[in-house]
Design a protein around this ligand. Structure first.
Ligand SMILES: NC(=O)c1ccc[n+]([C@@H]2O[C@H](COP(=O)([O-])OP(=O)(O)OC[C@H]3O[C@@H](n4cnc5c(N)ncnc54)[C@H](OP(=O)(O)O)[C@@H]3O)[C@@H](O)[C@H]2O)c1
Length: 281
């Protein structure tokens, strides 16, 4: 399947490596002419939007930089979806489960069609794009959570948590990137549309990830666990972070299944340890 990826960040670069023959467009996704020219030149079966403002060093950046954030996270996806519709191409947009804050209104986690309650500016822009894209006939939104990957990277949840001296002990749905790659391929094969929660079955507490990290990757690793509200009161973040559990109702209905999180995490950490050992050799 001919794939064109927009956005050369953590996930864009990772998808380019994982998807056979995937190509990259470096076009600004808010530039309709450049986007259209890129898609027309490649004539892909599927476009993946991995572009967006996620903030550096973290999403707090978006609170103070609302103009570039809404342009890249709302306007850009709309430009891409219109160009794809006009050129008969299917669009997979990477959304985020961080549009949900706290406990779901019913057991089993937040569902794709639940109304979200985003707090941070970043989350609000992600939700705005979801609402608009979810009604498009050629678009799927893959909402992911806290990506976990096999190699060290500042955006990999394993690397992030291992680097913090203090970590909030919260429970979340998470997405293992190897499983994300397979789920995106399966969605594209079906040309499925609407919003999908692409998270591994089960939930993960940060303390359990770090315990597995200490067991498999670095026996000398130590962390102090703190309560969720201390993240802001201790000045470690400006805005409260989304913590939530998602239900993957729509993906399962299509027969697309990710590995249970315990199994996928163990596999990821074993590979992560090998990468780390290779880097320090
Ligand atoms: N990583 C996560 O924890 C996570 C979780 C859930 C969802 N997501 C979503 O997944 C997508 C990719 O995230 P990521 O982790 O790969 O983030 P990332 O590393 O920040 O990559 C995003 C890339 O998009 C680029 N970009 C921003 N605006 C653009 C524009 N107008 N045109 C073209 N490129 C643009 C960025 O360039 P600049 O740096 O120059 O702006 C960056 O290279 C985002 O939509 C994000 O919301 C990520």
């Amino acid at each position: 399947m001919k794939t064109l990826v927009f956005g050369l960040g953590f996930l864009g670069e990772r998808l380019l490596r994982a998807i056979p023959d995937a190509m990259l467009s470096e076009a600004d996704i808010t530039d309709a002419g450049a986007v259209r020219a890129a898609i027309a030149a490649v004539e892909p079966d599927v476009v993946i939007n991995a572009a967006g403002k996620t903030g550096r060093p973290n999403v707090d950046w978006c609170e103070a930089n609302t103009e570039p954030t809404w342009r890249s996270n709302v306007l850009g996806p709309l430009v891409l979806s219109e160009a794809c519709a006009d050129l008969g191409t299917y669009l997979l947009h990477i959304g985020s489960g961080c549009v949900f804050y706290g406990a779901s209104p019913h057991p089993g986690g937040w569902r794709e069609d639940d109304s979200a309650n985003p707090i941070s500016y970043y989350s609000r822009t992600k939700y705005a794009a979801d609402i608009l894209l979810s009604a498009r006939p050629n678009v799927a939104v893959a909402r992911i959570r806290m990506p976990i990957d096999t190699a060290p990277h500042p955006r990999n949840l394993i690397t992030k948590l291992a680097a913090y001296a203090k970590v909030v002990d919260v429970e979340n749905s998470v997405t293992v990137v190897d499983d994300l790659v397979k789920a995106l391929a399966a969605l594209a094969e079906r040309r499925a549309t609407g919003v999908f929660h692409v998270t591994n079955p089960g939930t993960l507490r940060h303390r359990d990830l770090l315990a597995a990290y200490t067991r498999i990757v670095d026996p000398a690793h130590r962390t102090t666990l703190i309560a969720e509200d201390e993240l802001v009161t201790l000045g470690l973040a400006v805005k409260t972070r989304s913590n939530c559990v998602l239900a993957d109702t729509r993906l399962a209905a299509l027969g697309i299944h990710l590995r249970p999180i315990d199994e996928a995490l163990e596999d990821c950490l074993v590979q992560y340890a090998r990468h780390r050992a290779g880097e320090s050799a």
